[in-house]
Design a protein around this ligand. Structure first.
Ligand SMILES: [Zn+2]
Length: 421
């Protein structure tokens, strides 16, 4: 049996039951990772899985797994995350996880062995809201978590990440061993709300996701000469803020040309008073694109725009990289399969869209064929208690997810597993 039909109402009922633990849909989720409330939500999830006769187990990084065996050892993975930002929405993470739970429920009900196994996962600490380190559990599985780099991160109360994990029975130093969980996996599928305005604006209920965009962050510091605003003629100024402003507008144009996004989120001018030409100005620049070559080209153009603007205003400019994350395009055949599933579920088959936010699928997509489906967000706001999606969008997205799982199972024979020769 490879056809998987999900009941959107069952998913929504589970979502309401989960939201009910913290006062209902729009009362603000209380499931911050590594807290008693998060553990409570997980015991609720564990009892849901137990109702299906499944005994979930935790891996070394604190991810929660349940399994349905298939005719073959190889398996696909369905899941998302139950943790939430403080006072977060009722759908972020929970939608994908409850849909994965419904997937497992339908497969259990069918009673026949799928061609390959299906494993359910609730990734630990996707949000990183407490220690500013997102995707903790999934990065451990993907092999990109370095315990030493996160050990001393502290929450607002001064508690270290390592200690918080320990109170939940997770030894940070063992976390990377969770990577062994992916041995034999052929694919990962995740459903999530879009958390942005693109689908709403296009009137699309759901769509396939092409990948997660890469990010480049730089500080560009323009240096000129601070001078009196009254006595310094315009032609003799070395105005660092004027140079930065000219560059910022060019960088904006370049992002539009390349089909990416660029944001100058802050300009810090010194001395920063109304009566002085700015002697130095620090520009904070964030650039994102799905295509690594386009992203690199956007930065080269930004650097060039800064240099020529600095020259024009008789200033100099220095650059410093502060953060970068490589783009993760999802696997083309799986993206196509997700797109077809959305169309069959009553959506449209227009172009997949890239994700601006990072997801567990970003980490897993580095090591495993991965695809995502987005449900429309309306209002297009997330990480807030007003987060919502129209019921039709939820239905199409949930239905599409089941169809995508069915297609992966049907094509399992053609897929090779991680760790296979
Ligand atoms: Zn999420």
């Amino acid at each position: 049996m490879t056809e998987v039909r999900l009941d959107p109402q069952a998913v929504i009922a589970d979502l309401d039951e989960l939201a009910g633990q913290s006062g209902g849909r729009f009362a603000g989720a209380k499931r911050l990772a590594w807290t008693p409330q998060w553990l409570e939500a997980r015991s609720w999830l564990t009892s849901k899985l137990a109702d299906l006769g499944l005994m979930p187990e935790r891996d070394q990084a604190g991810n929660l797994w349940a399994r349905i065996d298939g005719a073959e050892e190889r398996f696909m993975i369905v899941g998302s995350h139950i943790d939430a930002v403080p006072d977060g929405g009722w759908l972020d993470g929970a939608l994908g996880l409850m849909t994965a739970l419904e997937t497992i429920r339908q497969l259990t009900r069918a009673g026949t062995r799928p061609p390959i196994g299906v494993r359910f996962v609730d990734w630990a600490d996707e949000e990183g809201a407490r220690f500013s380190r997102s995707l903790l559990g999934s990065s451990a599985c993907a092999g990109t978590l370095d315990p030493d780099a996160v050990r001393d991160l502290r929450d607002a109360d001064g508690i270290s990440l390592a200690d918080a994990l320990a109170t939940c029975g997770v030894d940070l130093d063992d976390a990377p061993a969770a990577a062994e969980r992916l041995g034999g996996a052929v694919a990962y599928l995740e459903l999530h709300i879009e958390q942005g305005p693109v689908l709403l604006e296009a009137g699309r209920p759901a769509c396939a996701v092409s990948g997660t965009v890469g990010v480049e962050r730089h500080l560009m510091t323009f240096t000129g000469q601070a001078a009196h605003a009254g006595s310094t003629p315009m032609r003799l100024r070395q105005d660092s803020l004027a140079a930065a402003a000219r560059a910022a507008l060019e960088i904006r144009e370049s992002a539009i040309q390349h089909g990416g996004v660029a944001t100058v989120g802050r300009m810090h001018a010194v001395p920063g008073v109304i009566t002085a030409v700015a002697g130095s100005t620090e520009m904070q620049l964030d650039q994102r694109h799905l295509d690594p070559a386009e992203l690199a080209a956007m930065f080269v153009e930004a650097r060039e725009a800064c240099r020529s603007a600095a020259e024009e205003f008789n200033c100099t400019v220095e650059e410093r990289e502060v953060f970068r994350a490589a783009p993760t395009p999802f696997e083309a055949t799986l993206v196509e399969l997700a797109r077809e599933s959305v169309r069959e579920a009553g959506g449209d088959s227009s172009e997949p869209i890239p994700s601006g936010p990072l997801h567990d699928a970003t980490e897993i997509g580095r090591v495993l064929p991965t695809a995502m489906i987005f449900a429309q967000s309306d209002p297009p706001i997330s990480h807030a208690s007003i987060e919502d999606s129209p019921e039709r969008a939820l239905s199409v997205a949930i239905d599409a997810y089941g169809r995508a799982v069915g297609s992966v199972l049907a094509r399992a024979r053609e897929m090779t597993s991680k760790g296979a020769a």
